[in-house]
Write a protein of this length. Structure first.
Length: 436
């Protein structure tokens, strides 16, 4: 893939020549491969090649027009964007972002091995994971494994002298297994910026072991329970919560963790959440967002208090602040998240507290979390522990309660941490939720 900055600068100049007072262009081109396997055989293989050019222009009064399409149609996209801007409303806070001091080139988040990979390497990742899962126990049945990679070039230029470009790579792999006769099954997947990480992590074995733990029916729990969220479950929970840290979400009641004027805690003081779009090897690391804004590290929760928020260009200008670089498409979204861990392992914590605990290993769906109220009602499959020993499993249950109350009843944040997608999170033991 060749540099696109010269083409983008030409398009910006073309827009200015045709009457725009400001313009910007973003081009994303990616190449990738996906392979699916079942019982050691390839069931499908496809090339994943995508490209898109987005042109944005502004006329007098901040009237804005946007057009997206094939990079080969650049001049036509400029014309379409100008046509849209002609009928757009005025906006005094609109316009391209200015050049700032700081990182002005790509992060170097592309794995150099990508060009040397062949189909045999890709197939081996999926086949090895599936074989390892089936070898864990002869009763484990594979429902299919897959591997996917992407090599992407992102290029940006605007009329205020900002010119940026970077390559990145993303590698993903996953699979589904079930214990013979168990219709529920278990799915697991991993994602990383490096091929070696995806190729070396035993995600197939982990999925198989989880499927096996679900066979111990044993003791049951009901009503209010003490809950241990695994690192994966904690990561899923805070990935969802973090989406509410926008200007609108915090200001209009669209987020249940509302900041207090006095800076009081809204959750347990041990909860400290950081967003960092420049984290080394982070899955969502990047040197600029679609508007050419450099990412700003943010502390979203500081010792239980709401502190940071994601700001787009227009909201930042209204408040005479800098945008935070969290634009993804048409929305603001978190980048890489890190929730501070504790000092003791979850096993040590459970051994000390004793009694029964319901362990949630995965939260595959959080559609039942109302972000405006904090009320949680989600389906779960979990394990029952007595102290640190497993004594049963429970499926088809609903975990429900007021999440804000539960996050104020944290017993302890554990030391065992895992990176799940774009979130680094520890296991977490808390009270205040119930099962039915």
């Amino acid at each position: 893939m060749e540099s696109r900055t010269v083409q983008l600068k030409d398009l910006v100049q073309e827009a200015k020549r045709l009457g725009a007072v400001g313009a910007q262009a973003l081009c994303e081109v990616s190449q990738g491969v996906r392979v699916d396997v079942l019982k050691g055989k390839t069931t499908s293989q496809s090339r994943l090649n995508e490209s898109e050019l987005t042109v944005k222009v502004w006329l007098e009064g901040g009237r804005e027009g946007v057009a997206s399409g094939d990079p080969a149609e650049g001049r036509a996209l400029v014309g379409r964007a100008l046509s849209m801007a002609n009928t757009a409303p005025k906006n005094e806070h609109a316009g391209p972002h200015r050049r700032l001091a700081g990182l002005q080139q790509g992060l170097g988040i592309a794995d150099r091995r990508i060009s040397a990979l062949d189909d045999a390497d890709r197939l081996d990742v999926a086949v090895t994971a599936e074989r390892s899962a089936r070898a864990t126990d002869r009763r484990i049945v594979s429902r299919g494994f897959w591997y996917q990679d992407q090599h992407r070039l992102r290029s940006f230029a605007n009329s205020r002298g900002v010119v940026l470009e970077e390559f990145d790579t993303t590698f993903r792999a996953g699979g589904a297994v079930a214990f013979a006769g168990d219709e529920c099954g278990v799915t697991d997947e991993i994602a990383s910026r490096s091929f070696s990480t995806v190729a070396s992590l035993p995600f197939g074995i982990l999925a198989a072991r989880m499927a096996l733990t679900r066979q111990n029916r044993g003791e049951k729990l009901a009503g209010e329970v003490r809950v241990l969220f695994s690192p994966a479950a904690t990561a899923a929970l805070f990935a969802r919560i973090s989406q509410g840290f926008t200007q609108d979400g915090l200001a209009t009641g669209g987020m249940f963790l509302i900041p207090t004027p006095e800076g009081q805690t809204v959750v347990d003081r041990r909860l400290h959440l950081v967003d960092d779009g420049l984290e080394v090897s982070g899955l969502r690391s990047r040197s600029f967002d679609p508007n050419g804004v450099l990412p700003v590290p943010l502390t979203l929760l500081r010792e239980g208090r709401v502190e940071g928020r994601f700001l787009g260009i227009q909201a930042a200008r209204q408040q005479d602040q800098l945008p935070t670089g969290h634009r993804q498409g048409d929305t603001l979204a978190p980048s890489n998240l890190r929730l501070r861990s504790g000092t003791r392992s979850s096993n040590a914590i459970l051994k000390d507290v004793g009694g029964y605990t319901f362990v949630v290993d995965q939260l595959p769906s959080l559609g039942g979390l109302d972000m405006s109220t904090g009320l949680l009602e989600v389906p779960v499959f979990g394990r029952v522990l007595k102290a640190e020993k497993q004594v049963g499993t429970m499926g088809g249950m609903v975990l429900h309660g007021d999440l804000k109350v539960a996050l104020n009843r944290v017993i302890e944040v554990a030391s065992n941490t895992d990176r799940v997608g774009h979130v680094d999170a520890p296991a977490m033991l808390l009270e205040g939720l119930a099962l039915r």
